[in-house]
Design a protein around this ligand. Structure first.
Ligand code: COA
Length: 163
């Protein structure tokens, strides 16, 4: 694995946190008329990628997406808000947690509609895994999420498919 100079050797989850807000259109619908799950997954991958690249300050690619739960439907016309934070880092890998919330902008009612964990790996200019800054754990929530993320990462690696 190559070495790299970071602006910071350690960063808190707050520094890379990202939130996106997207209006759902009829072109985002499945044949039943609600928003297509794959469309939501695309946005989850995108916002998680912003967090991974903010933290690593390098190119970062998705290697795994797991525990994807669609809890409630998202309707055409809803405003979808995706909230993403980094929970855990190892050497080059990072676990990002994404929470999805849909808002009916006429009634103002907001509903948690989904959650997911996305793992990214930071790559150097040659496309090889490269170390990322350590995670600065400032709060009890940061410490709990780090330990939970570490456990999930081990589970992922136990079930990893190798080419
Ligand atoms: C990212 C990639 C270069 C890693 O190559 P690799 O040969 O698996 O590299 P390594 O075995 O050295 O693993 C590198 C890191 O990735 C992690 N990793 C690899 N696959 C993983 C998986 N499925 N889940 C979790 N972590 C994984 C390893 O644990 C390691 O983490 P660490 O450095 O923090 O210890 C390679 O898997 C790849 O190119 N994947 C395709 C990525 C892509 O194109 N994504 C877009 C969607 S298709």
């Amino acid at each position: 694995m190559s070495t790299k100079n970071f602006t910071k050797s350690e960063k808190s989850p707050d520094e890379s946190h990202a939130e996106v807000i997207i209006r759902m259109f009829p072109s985002d619908a499945n044949p039943a008329g609600n928003v297509f799950g794959g469309e939501i997954l695309k946005h989850i991958d995108m916002v998680a990628g912003i967090v991974a690249q903010r933290h690593s300050q390098s190119n970062a690619v998705t290697v795994s997406m797991d525990s994807v739960n669609f809890i409630k439907p998202v309707y055409v016309g809803n405003v979808l808000k995706l909230n993403a934070r980094i929970n855990y880092v190892h050497n080059s890998s990072m676990e990002i947690e994404v929470k999805a919330e849909a808002e009916d902008i006429v009634t103002g009612i907001r509903t948690i509609t989904g959650t997911a964990f996305v793992t990214f790996v930071a790559l150097d200019k040659n496309g090889k895994p490269t170390p990322v800054p350590k995670l600065m754990l400032k709060t009890d929530e940061d410490r709990t999420k780090f330990e939970e993320g570490k456990f999930r990462m081990q589970e992922r690696l136990n079930h990893r498919q190798k080419a």
